[in-house]
Write a protein that binds this ligand. Sequence first.
Ligand SMILES: [Zn+2]
Length: 154
Amino acid sequence: MNTSPQLSPHFSLREFTASATADRLRIDNSLPDALRDNATHTCEQLEKVRRLLDNHPVVITSGWRAPALNKAVGGSASSDHATARAVDIHCPKFGTARTIARVLAASDIEFDQLILESPTLPGAWVHIGFRKGANRRQVLTKFAGDKTYYAGIK
Ligand SMILES: [Zn+2]
């Protein structure tokens, strides 16, 4: 039984802040109160993603990142993870990251950025971010070892 507070029906605060890297490096990755609204909004949007993916469990592999954690994982300082407005997800019961990215890109879900990350690696994932009222619906692909963000799903 999960006793962590829920940010939305299917996403808990614990899942949103969990990080093996933070644990290993003993980084405090607890969510600041000031970002709670952003985190809640992100998880509410993720409920739409979950419904789109046939209600299969959507696993957050990285949500909020404290500045020290963001630095440790090589994230950009302007990353939406640092403002609790983006998550990295898997949904193995639905399909590969590329399949998920294609379905999301073709949906009417209002996201800011959708990034297919490292699609040639077995650990490929989808990054999705939400900005209240200012979503750009940018769709990008980023390959491992290549700094370029390519337009569209590659
Ligand atoms: Zn991400």
